[in-house]
Write a protein that binds this ligand. Structure first.
Ligand SMILES: NC(=O)c1ccc[n+]([C@@H]2O[C@H](COP(=O)([O-])OP(=O)(O)OC[C@H]3O[C@@H](n4cnc5c(N)ncnc54)[C@H](OP(=O)(O)O)[C@@H]3O)[C@@H](O)[C@H]2O)c1
Length: 237
């Protein structure tokens, strides 16, 4: 089956590792939407027509509605399965409710909830138009189902996205052409964890726990997690 993987946030952490593993396979069309790209990724895309890099800041979800090139790439590839990996995410703002600035609230909702929703809607429409299978891998978090003191926005936006995908799953339970998987990758040694550890001057009673995870070497490498996710949900299907 000719697969196209559309993945968000490939400049660091889990997204970067998934991008590296995906681009090792020449048979898949890979479209990355990120607000920045690494030099190695830009270089690779120059010589590989199956790799497409599209700059997108998910703080501006309305821009997604104009991303016509995704549609063009998909139809030119004669794709049979569209796989959307909703990976880009931010943990900020961390703190107590009265500390959250309106701009930070909006960013959290835009990156973790609104942009994935727009992306999903756009790709779903493409799958209907092109009569392809549509698979969604929602990279979620324990914070979508469990409260973490100081992470009101992260918990709420991750929970919101998970519920959105759960409803899509429910709607298509008798339709084998739409598949939805929400994945909690567990803690990983990425920039996001670094940002958690750096939240020193705000209300965050459990910061010490995350500092200990790093100091005690208990954060798995994202490369290992990426390999596990892709082997279960993209490569082996
Ligand atoms: N690390 C963990 O312990 C952990 C645990 C559970 C779940 N997760 C989830 O795993 C996913 C990946 O996180 P990670 O740990 O790999 O974090 P990361 O290293 O910080 O990577 C996050 C990615 O999202 C991108 N991103 C952030 N804001 C963006 C924006 N406004 N527009 C476009 N892209 C943006 C980042 O781009 P820049 O490089 O430009 O910032 C980066 O590529 C997230 O959904 C996260 O919630 C992580």
């Amino acid at each position: 089956m000719k697969k196209a993987v559309i993945i968000t946030g490939t400049s660091s952490g889990l997204g970067k590792e998934m991008f590296d593993l995906l681009t090792d396979l020449s048979s898949i069309l890979i479209i990355s939407l990120s607000r920045r790209f690494l030099d190695s990724q830009l270089e690779l895309a120059k010589s590989n027509k199956h790799i497409r890099l599209i700059e997108q800041d998910f703080n501006q979800p309305e821009q997604l509605l104009k991303k016509m090139e995704i549609s063009q790439e998909l139809s030119a590839f004669n794709v049979e399965e569209i796989i959307f990996i909703n990976n880009a995410g931010i943990v900020e703002p961390i703190g107590s409710i009265e500390e959250f600035e309106p701009d930070k609230i909006r960013k959290s909702i835009d990156v973790n909830f609104t942009s994935p929703l727009y992306m999903t809607q756009m790709l779903y429409k493409e799958s209907l138009k092109l009569k392809t299978k549509f698979s969604i891998l929602n990279i979620s978090s324990k914070a979508a189902t469990q409260t973490y003191d100081g992470w009101g926005l992260y918990c709420a936006t991750k929970a919101g996205a998970k519920m959105f995908y759960d409803v899509i799953d429910e709607q298509h339970k008798d339709n084998r052409k739409v598949e939805v998987t929400t994945i909690d990758p567990g803690v990983m040694d990425t920039q996001l964890q670094e940002n958690i550890r750096q939240a020193e001057n705000v209300y965050f009673p459990n910061r010490g726990h995350f500092v200990n995870l790093k100091e005690e070497n208990r954060l798995p490498a994202p490369e290992m997690v990426a390999r596990d996710i892709l082997s279960k949900h993209v490569f082996d299907k």
